[in-house]
Design a protein around this ligand. Sequence first.
Ligand code: GLC
Length: 486
Amino acid sequence: PPCLSPSLSLSLPVSPSSPSCLTTSLHVSPLRLSLDKLRDVSSRLHKGLVQGLGKHSHHRAAVKMLPTFVRATPDGTEKGDFLALDLGGTNFRVLHVRVLQAEQKVVKMDSQICVVPKDMMTGATQQLFDHIASCLGDFIASQELKGQTLPLGFTFSFPCEQKEIDKSILIRWTKGFNCPGVEGRDVVTLLRDAVRRRGDYDIGSVAMVNDTVGTMMSCGYKDQSCEIGMIIGTGTNACYMEEMKNVKRVEGEDGRMCINTEWGGFGDDGSLRDIQTEFDQMVDKTSINPGVHIFEKMISGMYLGEIVRLLLLRLSEEKLLFKGQKSEVLQTPEIFQTKFISEIEEEDTGLDNARRILTQLDLQWDEADVRVVRLVCDTVSSRSARLCAAALATIANKMRLNRGLDRLQTTVGVDGTVYRKHPNFSEELQLTVRLLAPECSITFLVSEDGSGKGAAMVTAVAQRLCVLFPCLHFLIKSYMSDLKNE
Ligand code: GLC
């Protein structure tokens, strides 16, 4: 048998049964999850979803299952001009978006990226929101939009308890953000206060949007059967349309509501301990938020490079790589970027890319090292794709059973650098979902800028509903104040 894994055409230039190969295998194999294990993970997540939806259980649920108060996907009649803000990945963006009903198109008129310096991501609240307000102010001025108060969609990609479409309390920071004092506060108020402090422009009505919801909604304009949104980028998460009768925290039994699962938090109650490797534990321990978003830390772009680095470090410490040289390089956190994984796994150019990257990192490599590094990258990215597949299959299976269908046909809007840029990720994910949810036919639609255009779409749908049913705003408000058990 080939060394380590039959799925890899990366035959190592060492004998499969050589001691070094076997020891390498010892470190890598805990990351290889069988289909049975994935089924088991999926059934644990299913319990987590039910707990998160429960009236009395959601407070202690690791998977938060947050009601978004988005009750409808686009129907193609939406139109108008919108501003969109997008905070949650590496940069902050401001966009001017036009929804054209006649062409059923969402057009980005213009946009601007503002870098959020790393120290601002963990610094004072006021500094972060003043920065946001200043980028927005510059953009409004440059677009000559001063004086117009356009509705604004704010994609804020962190777990928030929505009280209304324009009231969103941050539950906790995730990914690289950790500004003290924002958790427990309404993000819209923080934004409005910052705009008021400037005093040179105003903003209209605000709709708060998670990036998963924006992604689902931006795809929903093209394909009205899009009822799931999924992100695999800096972080990972998904939302989907759940039956109101199952959303026990919100009054009402009819229709559906989009639920932001925050599946990144799966495992925060210890339920994934058996599949967490020593490398996952280390990534968690050294992160800015230990114990938070365990599932995300095994999957998303912010952490994959680190998992690979720690594995390579361990292999070199055990003299299985780089002739066992004590490499300070590999002891440097974040030196191995997640994008290297994609480059090294490219089918034709991957090995050359690996040689270039290892040289750039100043590592003394030989041909056997190059192949082991590629194998490590493949193992880590493939586990990520398979775990995502297990989570997506859980949602699809749940939607099918909810609706009492023999077969569910649905579309998932997807976004995120890991899904888009990695050469095999989407294929492996889709293949695994088919195995884990055989009664579901899922179409994958890569979203075109869900966080920007999608935010405008959520705002547009909210407006459409308000125009059609002027009383809806009050209805939503009363639903909110009736939030069961709040
Ligand atoms: C993190 C955030 C979540 C977001 C995801 C993808 O998991 O908590 O809200 O959707 O990243 O950006």
